[in-house]
Design a protein around this ligand. Structure first.
Ligand code: GDP
Length: 301
């Protein structure tokens, strides 16, 4: 919870302080009150549809419980936010208990994909797992070296070829190496160039098929990494990758870098995908499994 609290400082300062102020300043629950709350929630990137739904639910509670004092609404708002975030959101990763687990990471350049892979390598290694990484972004200059730097930092090997190589061939190599070495977790980086969308989707599909062919039931997870600081843009990226890549979940990076942490709620509401982890900083232990209750309590607690 402390990690969450620290990482959510910006959101707490902006969003939560405004909510606190609203609940204590207003003396009655009237249209002005709802309007101001609506404005604060939309400002925190909760998403217009979700905000309207939330306000409707609050109105219904006020009526049902005959609430008159705005401060009594605060715990109800927390409750409603937890409800909105729940579902399979707290499900964790799908790990193969009897052998190799392959996790594929996709996402647009700059969202924090490499960093997330490095952090996750560290996390699994700390759990005593044998981890390997595959440098599947052979397109972006420096991507391979960046993953290698993370490998050195966390003590995990990287399987690579030279820049410009066929990423599917890198994945083939990586899977073979993982099998030979008795690896538990193989974390696969991929390219994120958007200017060449069709090619990228074809490339991802080819990678997917190689992994599927070489390891039964793999990939066990296809994780889309989204940058929380891009707000509603993150939502359109998710729609772009959509079902073309067989996504199983999300990592929301850079939540520490935004005052609009409400984007988590919008993402949970608008995408049929669980947020599995959130990035709360640039260091190796700044990755947290997403837990809706912890998240909301860190915000309001
Ligand atoms: P990629 O192009 O998707 O692989 O993105 P990178 O992993 O290179 O990340 C881009 C930048 O975002 C780097 O400067 C990272 O240090 C930074 N970054 C990644 N995740 C986080 C995070 O959770 N919090 C913060 N503050 N920065 C992050």
């Amino acid at each position: 919870t402390n990690k969450f609290k620290e990482g959510l400082t910006k959101t707490r300062d902006a969003f939560v302080n405004r909510v606190d102020d609203l609940f204590s300043r207003r003396k009655k629950i009237d249209e002005d009150f709802y309007e101001e709350l609506e404005e604060i929630l939309i400002g925190a990137d909760v998403g217009v549809n979700t905000v309207l739904k939330l306000i409707d639910e609050l109105r219904a509670e006020v009526k049902k419980r005959k609430i008159e004092d705005p401060s009594e609404l605060q715990p109800i708002l927390s409750e409603k936010l937890i409800e909105l975030l729940k579902g399979d959101a707290d499900a964790g990763l799908n790990i193969n208990p009897n052998g190799l687990t392959v996790i594929l990471f996709v996402g647009v350049n700059g969202v924090g994909k490499t960093t997330t892979i490095g952090k996750m390598a560290h996390m699994f290694k700390s759990q005593g797992k044998k981890v390997l990484m595959a440098a599947g972004d052979t397109f972006r200059a420096g991507a391979i070296e960046q993953l290698e730097t993370w490998g050195e930092r966390v003590g995990v090997d990287v399987i690579k070829q030279q820049s410009g190589a066929d990423p599917a061939a890198v994945m083939y190599d990586a899977v073979q190496a993982a099998k030979t070495r008795g690896v538990d977790i193989l974390l696969c980086d991929t390219a994120g160039r958007l200017q060449n969308k069709v090619n990228l989707m074809e490339e991802l599909n080819k990678i997917y098929r190689v992994i599927q062919r070489e390891v039964p039931d793999a990939p066990h997870e296809v994780i889309l990494v989204l940058d929380a600081t891009t707000g509603q843009n993150a939502l359109s990226q998710a729609k772009l990758f959509g079902d073309k890549t067989g996504l199983t979940g999300l990592v929301l990076s850079k939540l520490d870098g935004t005052a609009k942490g409400g984007i988590v709620v919008a993402i949970r509401q608008e995408l049929a995908l669980p947020v599995k982890f959130v990035g709360l900083g640039e260091k190796m232990d700044d990755l947290q499994p997403f837990d809706s209750e912890q998240f909301v309590h860190a915000l309001f607690g």
